[in-house]
Write a protein that binds this ligand. Structure first.
Ligand code: AHG
Ligand code: MN
Ligand code: MN
Length: 335
């Protein structure tokens, strides 16, 4: 299939703005600025190895994780790009200690949205030329427009998201997003810098063969996860399962979205609640999973119904094909 004359992301956003429940023009501008930031980060990711962009930045983020140069670069690009449109009034990022108030937007009635981002997901993979990504989540603010944005604007449950998506900087660069009307995927033609609709109305298979988990942490897994893995690995019952784990959530999820599978980052590993962040990683990916017909839970409850209590909160994460997530939940409840 040759997409060069196909529908572009820009055209798609405009054509589908009528599906959006709020002001369509604002969301169009917001998504356009994400598209622009994505292209800038993509350009830099593709230069890794050629210019001085790989390696450690020399500082830690608020969560005590070592920042890579590309983490810092991507964070700055997204914050700068999103700040220069009169649509976003605040940004929270995995790489910033606190949320950022967009000063020139505080007096504007137009600035109704907050954006939460994981600017560079899978940053341990940068130096070894393995796929990394960006994950974003968009909410309407709950405090009045024209006033300074507050913490409560960011601490909303995932079921209030108005849009979410991710980018995979992989063998090709793809942007996948939802505004609550299904999931659509776009592939970048790097020679002309245009995203084309390549994966319309994506659906995750109800059953899958792939499980994705960092098995190096096995000894610390909850009993339910250990038993679910044993169930997947039983040979005598001729189970069809195979294991695939990249270590970039968006790339692991992307593969499972297309092929069918489950991604698990359980509790009891890096921290009591696992490693993944509810606001920057789990909620947006959960929104996409559900919109594609899949499921996302913390092992017991729906991810998108969790009321966040802090910006950098972590939660256990079970996400992917509906029947696989439900099976894993059965083992969690029984254990
Ligand atoms: P980030 O690079 O944004 O910190 O995210 C990394 C996350 C996630 O993308 C990935 O699946 C997971 O951490 C990998 O963790 P382990 O190395 O502990 O498996
Ligand atoms: Mn991440
Ligand atoms: Mn990150």
């Amino acid at each position: 299939m040759n997409l060069e004359a196909g529908q572009t992301l820009g055209e798609f956003i405009i054509e589908n703005q009528k599906d959006f429940q709020y002001s369509s023009g604002e969301l169009t501008r917001l998504l356009s600025s994400i598209k622009l930031a994505t292209k800038i980060v993509n350009h830099k990711v593709n230069q890794a190895g050629l210019v001085d962009i790989i390696g450690k930045f020399g500082a830690e983020n608020i969560q005590g994780e070592e920042q890579q140069k590309l983490d810092v670069f991507a964070n700055e690009v997204f914050i700068k790009t999103l700040s220069q449109r009169e649509v976003v009034c605040g940004i929270a990022s995995e790489e910033s200690d606190d949320f950022v108030r967009i000063e020139n937007c505080q007096n504007s009635e137009l600035s109704k949205y907050v954006v939460l981002i994981d600017p560079l997901d899978g940053s341990s993979n940068i130096d070894v030329n393995v796929s990394v990504g960006t994950i974003f989540s968009i909410y309407r603010r709950v405090t009045p427009a024209g006033t300074p944005v507050q913490l409560e604007d960011f601490l909303q449950p995932g079921n209030k998201q108005v849009a979410a998506g991710y980018v995979v900087y992989g063998s090709s660069t793809m942007l996948i997003y939802t505004t609550g009307n299904g999931v659509n995927g776009f592939t970048l033609n790097p020679s002309i810098g245009t995203f084309y609709l390549s994966h319309p109305q994506m659906r995750i298979p109800e059953d899958g063969k792939i499980y994705s988990i960092n098995e190096g942490n096995y000894a610390m897994f909850p009993q339910g996860v250990k038993e679910y893995l044993k169930y997947c690995q039983k040979v005598e019952e001729d189970r069809p399962y195979t294991s695939r784990y990249i270590g970039s959530l968006c790339a692991d999820f992307h593969r499972n979205l297309i092929k069918g599978g489950i991604y698990i980052y359980p509790s009891g590993t890096k921290s009591p609640n696992g490693k993944l962040r509810l606001l920057y990683e789990c909620n947006p990916v959960a929104f996409l999973a559900e919109q594609a017909g899949g499921k996302a839970s913390d092992g017991f409850n729906r991810i998108m119904d969790i009321q966040p209590t802090e910006l950098h909160q972590r939660v256990p994460f079970f996400c992917g094909s509906k029947n696989m997530v439900e099976k894993a939940e059965e083992f969690m409840v029984k254990a």
